[in-house]
Design a protein around this ligand. Structure first.
Ligand code: GLA
Length: 696
C-alpha cells in the first residue's frame, strides 16, 4: 500500500511540475507502468541441474530393428556399440516427462526462411525454425535450463562432457566426449574444435552464423588443443563462468573439419573465401553433422527432409540410441503458415509468436478435438527500434545517412522519437486483449534479471516530442508537414529516415508500418526498406540502415545467453553499433558505461552483484534510450497432441528457441498415436554430397 501511494504521489508531482515548467521537465523518464496480468498456462517445475543427463557406458545398446537388419547385418554400417562413444550422453528417464520412448514417426515443421547452404561455420543460414539446431551440437547446451533454478544455473555439458578450472580461475580445461563420430563416421575430436576456432572465429575473413567473433569469448581469450579429447581455454579474467554460455548454441557449434577444410583457403590454395562460404549449397545432401538428423532431400520452395543420424552419440537410460523420431520435415512456406498448419494438424510444431494469429489459434485450440495443444508462456517476445549509433562510417552512410547518424546519437532526438510512440496503439494494432504490454526497451520483462524499478520510460507525449525536435534544430521549413534538416546539414532538405525491416514476418511489417504512421504525426518522414530474412540479416550485420525494427534475441530474453551482445563490448557484438571495417568504435559515454557494466557482469560469479549490475544496465539503457522499445507479448508453443516427452512450461524462447528447449532427440510418438507421414521409410543418410536423397 505504502509503495503504491508513494508512486502515485511521484506521478502527481511530476504532472504538477510539467504543467508549469517547460517541455524539458516533461521529458524526464518515469518508472515503466505495470504490465497487464497474463497468466502463463504452463509453469516449469524446477529440477536439480544434474537430474537431466550424465555420461556413462551402459551394458547394452539398442537401435531401430530396421537399422540392424538392413544396415548392420549387410555390412553397410558397423555395429551400434562401435558407432557410439565410450561413454554416450545418457538422458535420465526421471527427467523425461513420459520416460523411455519408442522409435518411429516424423516431426513436420514449417518455416518462412530458405536455406542458403550448409556452411554454418562461415555464416550460412539454413532457413531457421530449428533446422540448424537439429543438425548442430555445441560444446555446452543451455536451452533446457528453463527448468533450473537461478542458484543452480550453469550450462549443461554436451560435446564438452566435463570441465575444470585452474586455481586462479584463468584456465578452463574441457574434456571432449571420447570416440563420438560425425554422421558419416569420421571421428569427432579437438581438430574440429580448433578448425572452428582458428579458421572461422579468429579468421577475419570468416563470420560464423550468429556472428561469433573473438570478443564473444572475452578479449584476449585463447584456446588450444592438449590432445584429441582435451582442450584448454585461457582467459584474462578469473572464473568467467559466463563464457560457458557462449560455448552453447549458436556461437560454438563446430562444423565437420574433414569436409570444411577441403575448401578453406588456408588448406586449399585454389579456393577463395567466397568459394569456401558457398562450397556446400543447399542441394548438397548428407552434410555430416553431430546433430540427431542429417539433411537428405531438398526441393526449393517445397521441403527439406532430414533422417536419423546413425552415429548419434546420445542414448536413453535403457540404452536406446536417440533420436526416437526417424525423420524431420521442413516445409518451405511462411512463418504465418506455420501457425495455421500446426493448428490445423497438417504440421506438428509452431512457436506462436505473431499476435495477428493469436485469436484464431486460441479459438481453434479450445476445441477438445483440436489436433494440437497450445500453451502460452510469459512475455518473451519483444521488439525494439534500433537507431544506428555509428558516427564514423559503419555501413558507409552517404551524406544524408551521416547527418542522420548524428541525430541518432543525440539523446533529445531519441527522446522525441520515443515520446512520439503510442505503444498502446502499436500493441493493439497487432492484437486486442491483455497480450501486449508497454516495453520501453532494454532487457525483456521475462528475464529473471528484470527489475521494473530500474526500467525507465518516457510516456507518450506528442507535443513534448515535437518541442524536442525543435530543440535539436529540426523544423518544417518548407511547410510540407515534415521536418527539414538544419540549413547547414544535407542542404536543409526534408529529413528522411530509412527503416530496415524483416519482411518474412507479418508482425515486423505491422510494427514498422505503425512506427512510420506515428513518426508522420511527429513530422518525421520514414521510408520502409522491407527485405527478406537473408537480406535483412546481411544489411543489419553490415550496418546498412538508419533505423531498424527487430525482434529481441537471446541476450535480452535471458541476459546470460549472448551477453556480450548487450552492448558494444567488441567491434562486432552490438546490433546497432559496430566499428567500420578496420576502424574503431566511437562509443558515446553512456554506451561506455553499458560496456563496463556488461563486462563486469561477465567477469563476476557473485549472484547478488550480477543482479545489481543488470539493474544498473537497465537503468542506463532505458534512460539513455540505447534501444527504443516497441512492444512485448507472450508466445505460445503449439504442438501436435501425438507427441510425448514435451516438458510442461517450455518457453518458446529463452536461452534458445523451443525447438531446442523441448529436447527433440528425446521426443517420441507412442505407438497408439503413430501417423504415417514418413517420406523415406527405413533409409539412412548416404555419403556426403552424393546424389539426392538417402541411401537405402
Ligand atoms: C525463427 C522463428 C522462431 C524459431 C527460430 C529458430 O526465428 O521465427 O520461432 O523457430 O527460427 O531458429
Amino acid at each position: 500500500m505504502m509503495i503504491k501511494f508513494g508512486l502515485r504521489r511521484t506521478a502527481f508531482l511530476l504532472l504538477g511540475v510539467s504543467t508549469l515548467a517547460t517541455y524539458a521537465v516533461a521529458s524526464e523518464p518515469v518508472e515503466v507502468p505495470q504490465q497487464p496480468e497474463f497468466p502463463a498456462q504452463g509453469k516449469a517445475a524446477y529440477v536439480p541441474r544434474d537430474s537431466i543427463e550424465e555420461f556413462k557406458s551402459l551394458p547394452e545398446y539398442k537401435e531401430p530393428t530396421w537399422v540392424t537388419e538392413k544396415f548392420v547385418k549387410t555390412g553397410k554400417l558397423p555395429p551400434l556399440a562401435e558407432r557410439l562413444p565410450k561413454e554416450p550422453l545418457v538422458f535420465k528417464a526421471g527427467n523425461a516427462p513420459d520416460g523411455i520412448g519408442t522409435y518411429g514417426d516424423v516431426m513436420r515443421h514449417v518455416i518462412g526462411g530458405r536455406p542458403e547452404g550448409w556452411n554454418y561455420s562461415a555464416g550460412q543460414t539454413q532457413g531457421w525454425g530449428g533446422i540448424d539446431i537439429g543438425m548442430s551440437e555445441c560444446l555446452t547446451r543451455t536451452a533446457p535450463l528453463f527448468q533450473i533454478e537461478a542458484q543452480d544455473m550453469e550450462p549443461l555439458p554436451n560435446l564438452a562432457k566435463s570441465w575444470s578450472w585452474s586455481d586462479d580461475g584463468k584456465v578452463l580445461t574441457m574434456k571432449l566426449i571420447e570416440g563420438a563420430k560425425w554422421s558419416d563416421g569420421d571421428p569427432y575430436d579437438s581438430e574440429d574444435i580448433m578448425f572452428y576456432w582458428q579458421d572461422n572465429v579468429l579468421d577475419p575473413n570468416v563470420t560464423p552464423l550468429n556472428a561469433a567473433s573473438p570478443e564473444t569469448f572475452g578479449t584476449g581469450t585463447t584456446l588450444k588443443a592438449i590432445d584429441a579429447y582435451t582442450i584448454e581455454w585461457t582467459f584474462s579474467e578469473s572464473f568467467p563462468r559466463q563464457h560457458l554460455y557462449a560455448m552453447a548454441y549458436g556461437t560454438f557449434c563446430p562444423g565437420p573439419s574433414h569436409i570444411l577444410k577441403t575448401k578453406h583457403p588456408k588448406y586449399n590454395k585454389d579456393m577463395t573465401y567466397d568459394q569456401y562460404k558457398n562450397g556446400w549449397p543447399a542441394d548438397f545432401m548428407n552434410m555430416p553433422v553431430m546433430g540427431a538428423w542429417v539433411p537428405v532431400a531438398y526441393r526449393p520452395d517445397d521441403i527439406i527432409v532430414l533422417r536419423r543420424n546413425p552415429y548419434y552419440w546420445k542414448v536413453d537410460e535403457a540404452g536406446n540410441q536417440l533420436p526416437y523420431l526417424d525423420e524431420l520435415h521442413y516445409k518451405l512456406s511462411t512463418w504465418a503458415d506455420r501457425d495455421v498448419q500446426t493448428i490445423a494438424g497438417s504440421a506438428d510444431f509452431s512457436n506462436l509468436e505473431q499476435p495477428e494469429n493469436f485469436v484464431e489459434a486460441l479459438k481453434r485450440a479450445a476445441d477438445p478435438n483440436a489436433p494440437a495443444r497450445l500453451a502460452f508462456g510469459p512475455r518473451v517476445i519483444g521488439y525494439n527500434l534500433y537507431l544506428n549509433f555509428s558516427g564514423n562510417g559503419w555501413g558507409e552512410p552517404d551524406e544524408r545517412g551521416q547527418a542522420l547518424r548524428e541525430l541518432n546519437r543525440d539523446l533529445d532526438f531519441r527522446k522525441a522519437v520515443t515520446m512520439a510512440l503510442d505503444r498502446k496503439a502499436l500493441g493493439e494494432s497487432l492484437v486486442k486483449g491483455p497480450f501486449t504490454a508497454i516495453y520501453p526497451g532494454g532487457l525483456s520483462s521475462a528475464t529473471s534479471f528484470y527489475d521494473r524499478a530500474s526500467t525507465m520510460y518516457y510516456p507518450f507525449d506528442l507535443d513534448g516530442a515535437k518541442a524536442l525536435l525543435e530543440k535539436v534544430g529540426l523544423k518544417d521549413t518548407d511547410g510540407n508537414g515534415f521536418v527539414n534538416f538544419p540549413a547547414d546539414r544535407h542542404g536543409g532538405r526534408d529529413l528522411e529516415v530509412v527503416l530496415l525491416d524483416n519482411s518474412d514476418y507479418t508482425t515486423d511489417k505491422s510494427l514498422a508500418e505503425g512506427v512510420i504512421g506515428q513518426m508522420e504525426k511527429l513530422g518525421i518522414r520514414v521510408v520502409l526498406n522491407a527485405l527478406d530474412g537473408k537480406q535483412f540479416d546481411a544489411n543489419r550485420y553490415a550496418g546498412r540502415y538508419d533505423w531498424m525494427v527487430m525482434r529481441n534475441e537471446a541476450e535480452r530474453a535471458s541476459v546470460v545467453q549472448d551477453t556480450p551482445e548487450l552492448a558494444a563490448t567488441g567491434p562486432r557484438t552490438s546490433d546497432h553499433h559496430r566499428a567500420p571495417e578496420g576502424g574503431q568504435l566511437d562509443l558515446m559515454p553512456f554506451e561506455q558505461d553499458l560496456v563496463e557494466t556488461v563486462n563486469k557482469f561477465i567477469a563476476s560469479s557473485d549472484d547478488t552483484e550480477r543482479a545489481e549490475l543488470m539493474k544498473q544496465y537497465q537503468k542506463i539503457a532505458t534512460t539513455n534510450l540505447d534501444t527504443i522499445g516497441l512492444t512485448e507479448y507472450p508466445g505460445a508453443l503449439i504442438i501436435n497432441k501425438r507427441f510425448a516427452n514435451i516438458p510442461v512450461g517450455a518457453p518458446i524462447f529463452m536461452f534458445n528457441w523451443a525447438e531446442d528447449t523441448i529436447i527433440r532427440e528425446r521426443v517420441f510418438v507412442p505407438e497408439d498415436k503413430r501417423a504415417d507421414f514418413e517420406l523415406f521409410k527405413e533409409t539412412l543418410p548416404g555419403k556426403p554430397g552424393v546424389g539426392e536423397g538417402p541411401a537405402s
